[in-house]
Design a protein around this ligand. Structure first.
Ligand code: ZN
Ligand code: ZN
Length: 237
């Protein structure tokens, strides 16, 4: 039995395995000390999840121009160890990290204590990106968090017909322009979102441009409300 198979089996059986961050023994993927250190709640804008210096209901940007999503739930700021865990999960084929990440995301959603959405859906990848990566990390998170919370999912209602140019180098306004028309709701599944409260899942929210574009598309298709669930939120510089 390989070590990774053993560790996975041990986790399913809730036997101690190694903490993904500090390598001490842990019953789940992160030990309590690392959860306390790296997943501690901090004041955030309820609307877009950005970290705030002081507790306040919303940040200045959201007060000035409310986003098309009602609220954002996130576990932590994007930085160590979340950058490493997300990169391993997303790009280095460590699919087993989904369980560790989802455990934290589920806890954050529960802690937010809002009424449950009617459906949980992933931010989609374009067909080309999906073929390249082999799986959509957002769906791997969405389906697990939905199962943990006993909520229905809509894996294919939101589509991404256009593969937008790579976003990493772009600022927020450029990202928004870049994403215009990037998403659409499958016409055959419109009733899945019409009048429904949708929770949109992704791994990281950077500028929020992707969430804006996806939420706008869902709202235009008749969604009653959209909220966003992400593991990590890039802090303001
Ligand atoms: Zn640890
Ligand atoms: Zn905000």
């Amino acid at each position: 039995m390989s070590l990774s198979v053993f560790l996975r089996a041990a986790r399913v059986a809730r036997l101690p395995s190694l903490c993904e961050v500090c390598r001490s023994w842990a019953v789940s993927g992160l030990c309590p000390a690392c959860v306390a250190r790296f997943a501690a709640p901090r004041p955030r804008c309820a609307r877009c999840g950005i970290g705030l210096g002081l507790a306040a209901p919303a940040c200045g940007a959201c007060l000035g121009e409310p986003p098309p999503f009602e609220r954002t739930v996130c576990v932590a700021d994007y930085g160590f160890p979340w950058d490493c865990l997300v990169a391993d999960f997303k790009f280095h084929g460590r699919a087993e990290l989904a369980g560790v990440l989802v455990e934290q995301l589920t806890a954050a959603v529960r802690a937010a204590g809002a009424p449950p959405p009617d459906t949980v859906l992933p931010v989609p990848l374009s067909a080309a990106r999906l073929a390249q990566r082999g799986y959509n990390q957002a769906w791997e998170l969405a389906r697990r968090v939905a199962r943990a919370l006993a909520l229905p999912t809509s894996p294919s209602v939101l589509l991404r017909p256009v593969d937008a140019a790579h976003q990493i180098e772009l600022g927020r306004a450029e990202r928004q322009r870049n994403l215009r028309g990037a998403f659409m709701v499958d016409p055959a599944q419109r009733s899945t979102v019409q009048g429904r409260r949708c929770a949109l899942v992704d791994d990281v929210m950077t500028t929020g441009a992707t969430a804006h574009a996806a939420a706008n598309t869902l709202r235009r298709a008749g969604a009653a409300a959209v909220e966003v669930w992400v593991l990590a939120r890039t802090p303001e510089h």
